[in-house]
Design a binder for this molecule. Structure first.
Ligand code: SAH
Ligand code: ZN
Ligand code: ZN
Ligand code: ZN
Ligand code: ZN
Length: 464
């Protein structure tokens, strides 16, 4: 069985999982919405390359951009496959019928009706994840309902909706309040007025909720997310149904225009994009979409800011640093550890704090990203950035080298700092875990790109 796939063109450090699916095909991988690229219900498919014993050079095929599990979307087509007119028509019909039952506009109308109801008539179906109007109660009579939905609950849909945790598609991990508040304070301190929230519903709701309650709160947010449930709570100016793996706006040209206007308002000044994508790979596809969002912003630019990039926070695990910097060389990784509410690994434990591997990558000057001193972060004057308390400045490397927050140690043979649990192995001629297997498997890990283990055993994921 072949392992799951990676977008073509990923090249270095790409996926070598399972049966060996490997990148190739250069920039051809992410064609985007050009004629000829087949679509599934999630918009234009991505081109992948599959190598096997019979086809070591690889065979290219299209698959769903958003769902890495065939159970969620089984779209598949060989690149060179001839698809008959009948099948094309059937596919179009399938894509049409596999859209949400109601449009965003219809959901907005329903919301308007809903808020006019007295508290006693405001019900939410937990099974259908839907606000109900009285005429619909009957149909949901044997479902679990929440009654008396308050204005406060409507302002916090991420608390009302259950997180879609299915790892391979939504991977919805919500910020712990502490982290969300930190991000918002940082955004305010940096003077931003508009936030493009891409896959950050909780940050979006914190902003929109304050904006609706505090007169002097001037920040606004536009949420871009594939989770259509949010269209029940936000207007078309607050939420766009969007796929960040192929830059697809499900709402078509009107939704794209909403996003463009949001970015370009006030000459594109004081706007930042914040994104927290699912961690399951496809960095290349994400980067390609984010560059398109940056380009949308660039259209607005005044002439004097020629070489500027739209400010961005990309929230992602530290072991993707190399991959992200490949696509965004201007980005730096911050030491701040982002915590989540519903992630078993990445949240505060009962016994003190488990270290989260999730960080902020940004193109904003690092010294401007002030991290909370009360949580142990301190400023390193040499590195000109805030670092975690355990991150010691190494005289040999001349930088604060820890990636995971623990104190790293310098290896004179490797000429760099390594994890505290590593030792120099003369066999491998590099540092590794003491009990590592010396002979190197030929393939690298999908997550960290390093040799010696597969994704399932990646030490990065378990914070070893
Ligand atoms: N920490 C964030 C949530 C991050 S979880 C917060 O608390 O606000 C990842 C988010 O990305 C989820 O909201 C999920 O619905 C969204 N998402 C997953 N796949 C996506 C895709 N293909 N396109 C757009 N959004 C996606
Ligand atoms: Zn129901
Ligand atoms: Zn060092
Ligand atoms: Zn070493
Ligand atoms: Zn690994």
């Amino acid at each position: 069985m072949a392992g799951r796939l990676m977008a073509g063109g990923a090249a270095r450090g790409g996926c070598r999982e399972g049966g060996g699916v490997m990148a190739g095909g250069g920039g051809a991988a992410l064609l985007g919405p050009v004629p000829g690229v087949p679509s599934c219900p999630h918009g234009p498919a991505l081109l992948f390359v599959k190598t096997g014993q019979e086809t070591p050079e690889g065979r290219r095929f299209y698959a769903c951009s958003a769902c890495r599990d065939r159970k969620d979307c089984n779209f598949f087509q060989w690149e060179d496959e001839k698809v008959s007119e009948t099948r094309l028509a059937a596919r179009e019909e399938y894509n049409r019928t596999h859209q949400p039952p109601r449009t965003h506009g219809q959901n907005v109308e329903r919301y308007k009706e809903f808020v006019l109801l007295p508290l006693s008539k405001r019900r939410f179906c937990q099974e259908c994840q839907q606000l109900l109007l009285p005429a619909e109660w009957e149909k949901h009579s044997d479902h679990q309902l929440l009654c008396g939905i308050s204005a406060a609950q409507l302002r916090s849909p991420s608390q009302l909706l259950y997180p879609l945790e299915n790892k391979k598609t939504n991977a919805q991990y919500l910020f712990a309040d502490r982290s969300c508040q930190f991000l918002l304070d940082l955004i305010l301190d940096l003077g931003f007025r508009r936030v493009l929230s891409v896959g950050t519903p909780r940050l979006h709701e914190m902003i929109q909720s304050k904006a609706s309650q505090e007169d002097d709160f001037r920040v606004r947010s536009l949420l871009l997310d594939i989770d259509f449930r949010y269209s029940q709570f936000y207007t078309e100016d607050e939420f766009c149904h969007y796929n960040m793996f192929n830059h697809h706006f499900f709402g078509g040209e009107a939704a794209r225009e909403t996003c463009r206007k949001f970015l370009c308002q006030d000459n594109g000044e004081r706007v930042i994009m914040v994104t927290d994508p699912p961690f399951g790979g496809l960095v290349e596809a994400l980067a390609s979409s984010f560059k398109k969002l940056m380009a949308m912003w660039k259209e607005s630019e005044a002439e004097d800011q020629d070489n500027q990039e739209m400010p961005m926070f990309w929230i992602f695990p530290y072991f993707f640093e190399t991959r992200i910097l490949e696509f965004f060389p201007s980005f730096r990784m911050m030491d701040y550890q982002v915590d989540y509410d519903n992630h078993a690994l990445y949240k505060h434990g009962k016994t003190g704090r488990r270290q989260s591997p999730v960080r902020i990558f940004t193109n904003i000057t690092p010294s401007r990203i002030v991290l909370p001193v009360e949580e142990g972060y301190r400023f390193c004057a040499v590195c000109e950035r805030y670092v975690s308390s355990g991150n010691q400045h190494c005289e040999m490397c001349n930088s604060c080298t820890s990636k995971d927050g623990r104190r790293w140690k310098h290896c004179v043979l490797c000429k760099k700092c390594v994890k505290p649990s590593w030792f120099h192995c003369n066999n491998c001629n590099c540092c590794a875990l003491q009990n590592h297997a010396c002979e190197k498997p030929d393939a690298g890990c999908f997550v960290c790109g390093k040799a010696g283990h597969k994704r399932s055993a990646c030490p990065s994921l378990s914070c070893a």
